[in-house]
Design a protein around this ligand. Sequence first.
Ligand SMILES: [Zn+2]
Length: 325
Amino acid sequence: MVSDTKTLSTKREINWFKALIQLQAAFVLVVGLHVCIFQAQWKTIFFGLIVVLIGNLGVTAGAHRLWAHHSYEASTKLKIFLMICHTLSGTGSIYSWVKLHRLHHKHFGTDLDPFNPNRGLYYAHVKGYCLHLSEAQENAMKDIDDTDLKNDSVVMFQYKYYWFLFVIITLLLPVNAPAEYWGESIINAVTIAGFVRLSLIFQTCMLIHSATKCLGLSPGEKFPSDTNLVFLFNKTHWISYHYLAPWDFQTGEYGKYGHDCTTIFIKVCEALGCATDLKTVDSKTVRTALVKSVDEKKSIASCLYDLHMEEKRIKDNIFRPSKYF
Ligand SMILES: [Zn+2]
């Protein structure tokens, strides 16, 4: 089906609904800053920040690392918790987010990538979100495997009742709390715990798609990411590494490899017994993958994945290939 994609239009029309949300988000950030400084109680500001963190966790630990890349397995209780956190983020359903993210990974840096970083930071961070998918992208989307999502009752529950959950969890509960529990004015609660919070979550979540532009390697700086050794020599440029081994649960969306809040959260969940099968790779395996890549003339990404699966087979004596990149 992807071969037909070449003949289809890559033109993308503007999605006015999303574009107006973006405009509104930028506006309320400015108004919200004024409200934070001159009107709101510190409890409301603190509460707003906590809700931003929880919403982000739903996207990073939930939609991104668990559902999009299967970098670990989660118990049903943890999935429900992450689904609620994700709903709080107001970034659409997990099902839609994951499919779009898989399309982004599969066609990274091409016209089929809805957040193509080669078209600049503005496109990757904002504009790509404000446009409808092109005919070619819609067609490519048909090839994105979503059977795991359709078989996940938590994901499909959220998908089916998304707008109901959105009104209750995303809008009413966070806005009600400051007014109900510490007497914040309704206008301040709506501005900070509503608009500003959603705007901040949106900006940080879009960074997942645009971070490679701000923090990754640019072609002029180094060799193409699939042929350089950055991760082996130092654990910087982690974002480029994510496109080599998206199944590594330690790849942070906003910062350091292995030391970000989401990674710590997943490790705590593992200690509590609700997260299992945490996938990662050590430097020795990376070194072996590099040698294998040269010897067998294969990409580093596929060598890393093959070695990881080989180690897993030895460890578990079970072969369970994952195809959700
Ligand atoms: Zn990813």
